[in-house]
Design a protein around this ligand. Structure first.
Ligand code: ADP
Ligand code: MG
Length: 212
């Protein structure tokens, strides 16, 4: 399969929800080191709400799927990740509006739109030790893969590779945004939980896409 229709996009959201469920405890442990130990729970609540909403919606286009996911995530999640992911999904939905299937260009657009959503909602700079440090390199890798004529599956897997590398770079950073910024230099030496979950989400999408 080289494109994503609305049904396939719902499958990908369910695969992301499964991956978050598997990594829930691990994400809470990461957040425990520099935050309030809830990031796994936050993401699990958000993606469970998305799963439920998508099982009930009559989506005609990928845009409907993203908008439903955005609303469900925002309503369910009170933590920082709530508005960040809601904005990311809204931006992705707006970007692919009117398209019935997502081709390789739209897949790259989806990743860059999500990164832009996180950037504009969170107002973090690169190096602030947030999920943007995973989303930004993922978006750049997706665009590079698109320009190199890669397939949609390769675009996603290269975005996931870049997100994993980006997440690792947060270990050496000092947090300047979000709850962990209160720790100042004590935040150094730990991976940012939001960057770690970004890599998990992109890997789940990439694996789900290539498994077809
Ligand atoms: P909370 O901090 O409210 O407990 P979570 O634990 O769910 O929320 O999420 C924490 C993650 O949110 C951080 O690891 C970081 O990646 C991300 N985050 C926090 N603030 C911002 C921001 N301003 N911009 C981008 N990401 C942010
Ligand atoms: Mg937290």
């Amino acid at each position: 399969m080289s494109t994503i229709d609305q049904a396939r996009l719902i499958d990908l959201f369910n695969l992301m929800a499964d991956a978050i469920e598997r990594e829930k405890d691990h994400l809470c442990e990461l957040d425990g080191a520099i935050g309030d130990a809830d990031h796994g729970v936050t993401m699990s609540i958000g993606f469970s709400a998305v799963r439920k909403a998508l099982s009930e919606v009559n989506a005609a286009h990928p845009t409907d799927v993203f908008n439903t996911a955005a609303k469900a995530f925002l309503n369910a999640v009170g933590a920082s990740a709530g508005p960040l992911y809601a904005t990311a999904f809204m931006r992705a939905g707006a970007k692919v509006k009117g398209q019935t299937v997502l081709d390789r260009t739209a897949v790259a657009d989806m990743v860059t739109a999500m990164a832009d959503g996180v950037r504009s909602r969170g107002k973090a700079d690169l190096g602030d030790k947030t999920m943007l440090d995973a989303w930004d390199p993922a978006a750049k890798a997706a665009l590079q893969a698109l320009e190199a004529d890669r397939s949609a599956a390769e675009i996603l897997s290269q975005a996931a590779d870049a997100a994993e590398k980006g997440a690792t770079t947060t270990i050496d950073m000092m947090a300047k945004k979000g709850r962990s910024a209160r720790l100042g230099p004590r935040s150094v030496g730990h991976i940012d939980p939001g960057a770690a979950s970004t890599a998990i989400l992109l890997r789940a999408m990439a694996d789900g896409f290539t498994a077809e």
